[in-house]
Design a protein. Sequence first.
Length: 100
Amino acid sequence: MGQQEQAVAAVVALLTEHGWRAAGATRVETVRIPTQQSPVFGGMGGEVATFGGRLRFERDDRRVTVGKRTTSFYRMGADGACGFRNVPTKDIATAAELAK
């Protein structure tokens, strides 16, 4: 298991210890992104990239998504998502503070 996977596993364990429940994952999209070496012309070229697939957790009106690089804490209110706080997934200490 690589460092990113270990960090994700550590944050997931931390969240479940603090009473967060799993709520699925974000949508996964595969798209072509133009690059200088391979610009996109007519749907051909570019590099294939995959976005999404972040693990999702919830507790009361609070939500968390955990990705390989960042973990996002936020609240769901009447007006939608607000109060975003993004931390590096490898920063377990900050994630522990926000998970309380």
